[in-house]
Design a protein around this ligand. Sequence first.
Ligand SMILES: [Zn+2]
Ligand SMILES: [Zn+2]
Length: 484
Amino acid sequence: MPRRSISDNLAPMHIQFCGANRTVTGSCHLLHVNGLRIFLDMGLYQGPRDEARRLNQYLPDHARTADAIVLSHGHLDHCGKLPVVVREGYAGPIYCTPATAEVARIVLEDSAEIQLEDADYINRRSRQPGQAPVQPLYRPSDIPHVLKLFKRVEYNRTIDLGKGVRFTFHDAGHILGSAYVLLQWDVPAANPGQPTTRSLLFTADVGRYNTPILNDPAPIPVLPDLVLTESTYGDKTHAPMDGVEQQFLDAVQFCVKNRSRLLIPAFAVGRTQTVLWYIQKFIHENKIPTIPVFVDSPMGVQVSRIHEDFPQYFDKQTTAMIAGKDLFGLTRITFATSMEQSKAINTVTGPCVIIASSPTCEFGRILHHLKFSMERPNDLLIFVGWTPPNTLGRRLQDGQNRARIFDRWYDVRCQIRTIHGLSAHADGDELIRFLTPTLRPQTTFFVVHGEAGVADTFAQRLSKSGVHRIGVPAMETVTFQTPH
Ligand SMILES: [Zn+2]
Ligand SMILES: [Zn+2]
């Protein structure tokens, strides 16, 4: 791994960038500070199969013997490699918020099943006679060993890691339990009167302002010397949140009026709960009658239930709306956990709302519902987020008039709409708003968790905002020494 130094002074600390460098997945950074080795995140790389297998089997140096892992949130690209490091011998603490421990458990259990299916698929499709079978990256039996290492830490509580190093989680407003990390460490004074503490801000994934359910990202309480910032949408401006509610309402009212089906392909963590929240709000406000709602995703079901265990994390509007009651209407929703329950939904003609994964429409239970609705002119398919290129979801969004699902072609007669503005990630303006106090010449920035061009664009924006020292690291080790 290449090494470079970005300044020249006392109290060096090294950062080994091990993932989410010039890409958005596989978040993982190793800090060497005051003799401790601390990982920030241990995420899975998600991408083309061969590359993903190679990168996900790679273990950073010292992974087995690190002193701590600090986990920002439960998305797979931040926690998905934990079972690999634990199986290979890591036995130290994994710090995370209590809600992240629950979300990560569900996400990892689901991921282990997918790893099994994936290995099975490869062995069936491309294994040569006499060749050893491909092993899954990890199995469901690996997950309990990870869960045993979780140490639950509430927001704003400082944890002493020893050797003068400590950290605090603060609410990042991205998904339930998500945190940004403020890490501080003591250094010897170079001269009398000089500061003897250094600090690092790891933004992980930053949420948005004024979104339903979650709080806004908490203001940064300490001015850091060093910032590792995400840049996922650093070059974009999201559609405003204001129009989202009305677009949703129009869609549900259309289905009520036409007694048709509203299909929403959505991620299980975060987006499914936002959709449920809007529907519950419309019912509360008597804008729609109580109509059947189906969540056809075992993970979506589990994550929705977990939200109810953490009402202390909700924003004021949500807390006032539910007043301790049924946040997502879970008592009335039909949750399909088994395949039989999923198939039964196909006989329901409407009005109804069906939420299922995956947004790509390439796999998952949404496909069965799409088949049924594709040629029904009054059924409505709504996309509530970004859809990757070269997927069925994107082609439908782009207006393709025929679609192949499983074994046959369908005419696309249903209505298709996209509701923009529901991202869980801050856009460029929101990132700058969040980072504002840190935008000063003495702060050093590393831009991570963004595609190469996007990270560079965001770095340029930082430089126009008063930051002088900015790096967009590749997989490399950088030595950081505070300037005076
Ligand atoms: Zn995330
Ligand atoms: Zn992420």
